[in-house]
Design a protein around this ligand. Structure first.
Ligand SMILES: [Fe+2]
Length: 284
């Protein structure tokens, strides 16, 4: 029996633009991509079976919503809906993604009260940080989202430990909302990838597998890592894994993985992992 608005599930997943290209190009059944999309199908079936009222999506913007004018460390979207970003080839043909302004406003208030000075966005576009995985885990926009952006782009950036703190405050904020609201938290980004310089295309399966082990079994060990550590171990752009850490920190204590999928392919270490609180763990 759920007595408070607990987090019912957590999902960590990659958000590479290749996921969107393959999905839009209807290539998900091709042999090289089928394993990845079969894992996403599994994640979709599992998440939607929970009867969710909201997906809190922790991601990073790629200079589509925010700009060099001002870049927030953490930002939350409180709008009724979110337009699709134009990332250079006109927006993908989706309707605006529905938001959950009541939950989002509550989370904003509680995060600030907890010492996380989150920027509040009343008008917001969402880019591939959310839109690469979202159609694959909810193809009809059945569940409203609350987007929470993390700065992994411009220094100074929040440390992995600070992202963990934000996630802990987020979990408490969700728990203090209306008890009937069923929430899952998604953290997108990574795993290993390096998109610039002489190491372009470097994928690091050994570190990715270690990260997946740590995020399940011993996530607080990750608090001692710096962003530079993550960049050295998994490539400069792999620091997005702090969004998995924030997701993990928002889950009830004792949560464990219900499934883990890892697929190093081309220039990405793709990862997808589902987490459940102890009482809800189902072996799959
Ligand atoms: Fe990204």
């Amino acid at each position: 029996m759920v007595s408070v608005a607990e987090v019912l599930a957590g999902l960590g997943c990659s958000h590479a633009p290749s996921i969107a290209h393959v999905y839009d190009g209807r290539k998900t059944e091709e042999p090289e991509w089928k394993p990845l999309f079969a894992a996403f199908d599994h994640a979709e079936e599992w998440l939607l079976s929970l009867g969710l009222d909201a997906l809190v999506c922790i991601y990073n913007d790629h200079i589509d919503q925010y700009s060099l004018d001002a870049w927030p460390q953490f930002a939350i979207g409180v709008g009724d809906s979110f337009e699709i970003a134009d990332e250079g080839h006109s927006p993908r043909p989706f309707p605006p993604v529905p938001g959950h302004p009541e939950l989002a406003s509550h989370l904003a208030t509680e995060l600030v009260a907890a010492g996380v000075d989150v920027t509040v966005a009343h008008r917001q576009v969402v880019d591939h940080g959310i839109l690469s995985p979202l159609p694959v885990i909810d193809d009809s926009w059945a569940v409203p989202i609350v987007p929470i952006a993390v700065n992994v782009i411009f220094d100074p950036r929040p440390s992995p430990a600070r992202c963990w703190q934000m996630g802990q405050a987020l979990g408490k904020a969700i728990a203090s909302f209306d008890a009937s609201t069923r929430v899952a938290v998604v953290g997108t980004g990574g795993l290993s990838h390096q998109l610039t310089g002489p190491d372009f295309g470097r994928v690091c399966p050994e570190w990715d597998r270690e990260f997946l082990r740590l995020i399940e079994e011993s996530p607080e060990e990750l608090l001692s890592y710096s962003l530079d550590d993550f960049a050295r171990l998994g490539g400069e752009h792999s620091v997005e894994i702090v969004q998995w850490m924030a997701m993990r920190a928002a889950l009830p204590k004792g949560s464990t993985t219900t499934f883990v999928f890892y697929y190093p392919h081309q220039i990405m270490g793709y990862g997808i992992a589902g987490f459940s609180p102890p009482a809800r763990r189902v072996e799959v």
